[in-house]
Design a protein around this ligand. Structure first.
Ligand SMILES: Cc1cc2nc3c(=O)[nH]c(=O)nc-3n(C[C@H](O)[C@H](O)[C@H](O)COP(=O)(O)O)c2cc1C
Length: 407
């Protein structure tokens, strides 16, 4: 078998060629205009990432329903969107032979108080952790509303294709709506969308089939899925494998593996001594799947990336935070000028505060780096966590202390 490196090309099931194995994972930019259209910031940021050399670049999550936002500043794609703004975005993000995929999402109950008086969800199950202070309790979606949401995912996929995006990705991870349907904790429905795993995955299956119908047989459609929610009684590895196999039988083009949710943000933490998150799980199941796989989380060394490629645990290397610090990182990895990248360990100097709002600081920090790149500035590397806290408070006020997203 040939030796793979990050520069090895990859062929998608539709025959399309991806120039290398580097996959920029979704990071919500929170930079949309008030009407939720993308703007010049998106163009500058995505041109920079496209020039930066990744084979596939996935956008931050774009919402399919303007009444259901994950946070202020989300882009929404529906019939009211400004098509030209989306075309300008895709033009900028596909230079340099880059594939630009749009991540499509609905937050379900993970829509904070600041943007949602009453979120909708598979069942009326509120958060039971201290997160409940930030989210209004959700109400259960009616069957009619579910059918409408399925159509909305399809319409968004079609619009993404028409406005020049190279593919789309369903956000089925991190506790958002698709993930809420999959989990027996948040999905207590007694109709066909609930119950056993076949029922709980029906929403995902239907949105995929509708997207396929609207966007056509050869348009790449990917899925980001939790390997597990890492929550007692929740969606687990066994169920995740069944979902992956089913989606692969239905024709999904690529599955990105992540894990965790708001209560359990594993997507930001290694689950073992391994540098790469979730790889221990993927090792066990990879041979049972014949779809393209991307593992995202924790890749920091070229040697680890190439080891993971050559062991065939993953077909591409998912990178998020490193690319907000160094948008040209993929070029530097391909040319082997950069062999390792470290993320700054942000700290307030007060362990109690770090523990309580550590995740929030990280998110604000990386959001601010994306905003800097979008303004044509260089990212700023520092460790003082007070800086992003103060900046975020200045922009968003106290509302910023809401965990706006779990990613
Ligand atoms: C600021 C920020 C925003 C993110 N937004 C999203 C998102 O919109 N959709 C998503 O699937 N993941 C999102 N993520 C999670 C990343 O895609 C990725 O799974 C996680 O950061 C782990 O990868 P890394 O170790 O390479 O950063 C976000 C992460 C950060 C830091």
């Amino acid at each position: 078998m040939t030796n793979l490196n990050v520069d090895s090309p990859l062929t998608l099931t539709n025959g399309q060629n991806i120039k290398n194995r580097l996959f920029k994972a979704a990071m919500s930019e929170a930079l949309a205009s008030k009407d939720h259209n993308p703007n010049e910031y998106h163009q500058v940021l995505y041109r920079k990432w496209a020039e930066g050399g990744s084979g596939i670049v996935v956008t931050g999550n774009v919402m399919v329903d303007r009444n259901a936002l994950g946070e202020p500043g989300n882009v929404v794609l529906d019939s009211k969107s400004n098509r030209n703004n989306f075309i300008s975005w895709s033009n900028a993000g596909t230079v340099n032979n880059t594939n630009l995929w749009m991540q499509l999402n609905h937050p379900g109950r993970q829509s904070p108080k600041s943007v949602s008086a009453q979120p909708v969800a598979p069942s009326a199950v509120p958060f039971d952790s201290n997160l409940k202070q930030f989210f209004n309790p959700p109400r259960e979606l009616t069957k009619r509303e579910i059918d409408r949401l399925i159509e909305k995912f399809g319409e968004a996929a079609q619009l993404a294709k028409e406005t020049g995006f190279s593919g789309v990705q369903i956000h089925g991870a991190h506790g958002y709506l698709v993930s809420q349907f999959l989990s027996p904790i948040t999905n207590r429905r007694t109709d066909e969308f609930g119950g056993d795993l076949t029922g709980r995955m029906l929403f995902l299956k239907k949105i995929y089939l509708e997207m396929r119908r609207k966007a056509g047989e050869t348009f790449p459609i990917g899925l980001k899925l939790n390997i597990s929610d890492f929550t007692e009684g929740g969606f687990n590895e066994k169920e995740s494998l069944t979902v992956m196999k089913k989606m692969s039988d239905l024709g999904i083009d690529l599955i990105e593996i992540s894990g965790g949710n708001y209560d359990n943000p594993k997507m930001f933490k290694a689950s073992s001594d391994e540098e790469v998150f979730f790889i221990d799980y993927v090792k066990e199941i990879r041979h049972r799947l014949d779809t393209l796989i991307v593992i995202t989380g924790g890749f920091r060394k070229l040697s680890t990336m190439e080891k993971a490629l050559n062991s065939h645990y993953t077909d591409m290397i998912g990178l998020a935070r490193p690319l907000a610090l160094k948008p040209e990182l993929s070029n530097a990895l391909v040319s082997r000028q950069t062999k390792t990248i470290e993320l700054p360990r942000l700290t307030t100097g007060l362990p109690a505060i770090d523990d309580k709002i550590g995740g929030l600081i990280g998110i604000s920090y990386y959001e601010q780096q994306m905003a800097r790149i979008a303004e044509g500035k260089e990212p700023e590397i520092y460790r003082n966590a007070w800086k992003p806290i103060v900046k975020t408070l200045r922009v968003h006020g106290l509302r910023a202390l809401t965990p706006r997203r779990s990613k």
